[in-house]
Design a protein around this ligand. Structure first.
Ligand code: SAM
Length: 288
C-alpha cells in the first residue's frame, strides 16, 4: 500500500524535527486529490516555467516539476532549505531560492525565460495573498496565469459581481486584469496543521489587455478604492471624504448625474465598465 500524503508529511516533520511557524502561514497540503486539482487547474505543460511561492516541504513543488519545464520555488523559512534540498534532490528542474516573495524581483526571473510561458502556482501563505496578486496586476508582470490556494472568502471576493456582499475593490482590481475561475473548494482538514478557515483553489488567467480602457489606470484604482472606503455610504460621500478630487459634494453629485448616474448611487452597485466611465469623468478634477 502506498503511503498517504498526510502520513508522509507527518513522518518528514518528525524526522527533521521541523516546527511549524504560524507567522509564515505554514499549513502544508496533505491531500493528494487537491494536489492533482491544483496541477490540472494550472494546466502545467513542458513549456512552462512555474514560480512557486512557499514550497514548504516540497509536496506541490515535486508534483509541479513532473509536468513543467522548470520550477522556481521561493521559500522564506531558512530552516526548510536543507530539508527541501534533501527531499527534492532527484529533480534537476527545480531551483530553490531562500527569500521573501514580496522582495523578489519577478521581472528579473521572468526575463531569463523569453521563450517560455510563466505561471505562478502556490499554496499561498494567506497573510500575503493580496499583496502578491496586486503586485502582479498593478505592475503588469508578464505572467500567463496564477493558480493558487487561498482563503475561500478571498477567492469568492475576487470573482464577485456587483450588488453582492463579496463585491469590492479586490473584485474590480482582479477582474480588470484577469479572468478568475474557482477550480475547487478545499476544507481545512486537507492541511497540516488545520487552518481556522476554509480554502479554495482559484486560477487567474491574465488578460492580454485590461478588460476596460481608461485614460489613467492609477486613478481608476484610486477611484475604486475611494468608492469602497466606507461601506453603506453613497458614492458622493465616499469620493468627497477620500479627497481624491477637488470638488465639493454638490459638484460630485452633479458630475454623477451628468454621466447618467443617480446622485445617491452606491459604489457596490457599479460594474467595472461604469467605474471606467466615472474615473475618466472625474480625472480632470483629480487632486494634485
Ligand atoms: N507549498 C507547501 C504545501 O502546499 O504544503 C507549503 C504551503 S504553506 C501554506 C506556505 C509556505 O509559504 C510556507 O512554506 C511558508 O514558510 C512560505 N512563506 C511564507 N511567507 C513567505 C514569503 N513572504 N515568501 C516566500 N515564502 C513564504
Amino acid at each position: 500500500m502506498t503511503e498517504s500524503l498526510a502520513y508522509k508529511t507527518k513522518r518528514i516533520i518528525e524526522h527533521y524535527g521541523f516546527n511549524f511557524k504560524k507567522g509564515f502561514g505554514q499549513n502544508f497540503l496533505v491531500d493528494e486529490r487537491v494536489l492533482d486539482k491544483i496541477i490540472s487547474a494550472g494546466e502545467i505543460t513542458e513549456n512552462d516555467v512555474v514560480i512557486e511561492v512557499g514550497p514548504g516541504i516540497g509536496t506541490l513543488t515535486a508534483a509541479l516539476a513532473k509536468h513543467a519545464f522548470k520550477v522556481i520555488s521561493i521559500e522564506i523559512d531558512k530552516t526548510l532549505i536543507p530539508i527541501l534540498n534533501r527531499l527534492l534532490e532527484d529533480y534537476d528542474n527545480i531551483e530553490l531560492i531562500n527569500g521573501d516573495i514580496l522582495k523578489t524581483d519577478l521581472n528579473e526571473i521572468i526575463s531569463k525565460y523569453p521563450d517560455k510561458n510563466i505561471k505562478m502556482v502556490a499554496n499561498l501563505p494567506y497573510y500575503i495573498t493580496t499583496p502578491i496578486i496586486m503586485n502582479i496586476i498593478e505592475n503588469h508582470i508578464k505572467i500567463d496565469s496564477v493558480t493558487v490556494m487561498i482563503q475561500k472568502e478571498v477567492a469568492y471576493r475576487m470573482k464577485a459581481k456587483p450588488s453582492t456582499k463579496e463585491y469590492g475593490s479586490l473584485s474590480l482590481s482582479v477582474q480588470y486584469s484577469c479572468e478568475p475561475y474557482i477550480a475547487a473548494n478545499v476544507p481545512n482538514n486537507c492541511f497540516m496543521p488545520r487552518p481556522n478557515v476554509d480554502s479554495a483553489v482559484i486560477r487567474l488567467k491574465l488578460l492580454d489587455k485590461p478588460a476596460i480602457e481608461v485614460k489613467d489606470e492609477k486613478f481608476l484604482f484610486e477611484f475604486i478604492k475611494a468608492a469602497f472606503s466606507q461601506r453603506r455610504k453613497t458614492l458622493v460621500n465616499c469620493i468627497f471624504s477620500s479627497k481624491i478630487v477637488k470638488l465639493d459634494k454638490e459638484e460630485i453629485g452633479k458630475l454623477l448625474v451628468e454621466n447618467g448616474f443617480d446622485e445617491k448611487v452606491r459604489g457596490e452597485t457599479l460594474s467595472l465598465e461604469q467605474y471606467g466611465k466615472l474615473a475618466d469623468a472625474f480625472l480632470p478634477h483629480k487632486t494634485e
